[in-house]
Design a protein around this ligand. Structure first.
Ligand SMILES: [Zn+2]
Length: 201
């Protein structure tokens, strides 16, 4: 697999056959990442990037791989512009780690606005808890490793992606650990085009 990924003119040529999920052996994946990293470092000058986000913005988005890189591009965000936190289904369900990150962003990094970005065709809208439980069992992981909460709640399953954003926005607005003066906005991104629709309420 590794030989299909060659450097051309100092840049990675990824136009040849792309690997499918799980195709790359760990050592090939590591080599690919290292090659990309070397090309990146060679192509980019060292410039100081502020550690507090220039726009005073934190974006909460889904972990969906189709948003990787595209999310920032589609919002015009450069390194140093915003904190970007990505969790499955851009929801606060199942863990308080989102809150932890946001509190740090707001209190320590002067974030004034939180933007929750959902997206169309989100897997969290359609995961089937029973099938997931079976797959978990096949991988020899106990259901109890996820706690005793119903899986639907643990996932934060919501069939309506826009409603899911509104729910997360409402939850963040009511989160006691977040200062009252923080603005929380919601929007939905079309996953294929990157087009953003504001969800005003
Ligand atoms: Zn998603």
């Amino acid at each position: 697999m590794g030989e299909t990924i060659r450097k051309r003119h100092g840049r990675l040529d990824l136009t040849q056959r792309e690997p499918g999920p799980g195709d790359l052996a760990p050592e090939d994946l590591r080599r690919r990442l290292s090659d990309a990293n070397a090309a990146y470092v060679a192509a980019h000058a060292r410039t100081a990037i502020p550690s507090t986000p220039r726009l005073g913005l934190a974006v909460v988005a889904c972990m969906d791989c189709r948003l990787t890189g595209r999310l920032e591009d589609a919002l015009g965000l450069r390194p140093g512009d915003a904190v970007v936190i990505r969790v499955a289904g851009n929801t606060a369900a199942g863990t308080d780690d989102l809150t932890r990150s946001l509190v740090i962003a707001v209190v320590e990094q002067k974030v004034r606005t939180i933007l929750v970005v959902g997206h169309t065709d989100c897997a969290l809208a359609s995961i089937e808890p029973l099938a997931f439980r079976e797959r978990l069992s096949e991988r020899r992981v106990s259901r109890l490793a996820l706690g005793t909460q119903p899986l639907r709640e643990w996932f934060g399953l919501c069939p309506d992606v826009a409603q899911n954003v509104r729910d997360t926005v409402a939850k963040l607005r009511q989160t006691p650990a977040l200062p009252r003066d923080v603005r929380v906005l919601g929007a939905l991104m079309e996953v294929q085009t990157g087009e953003l629709t504001w969800l005003d309420d």
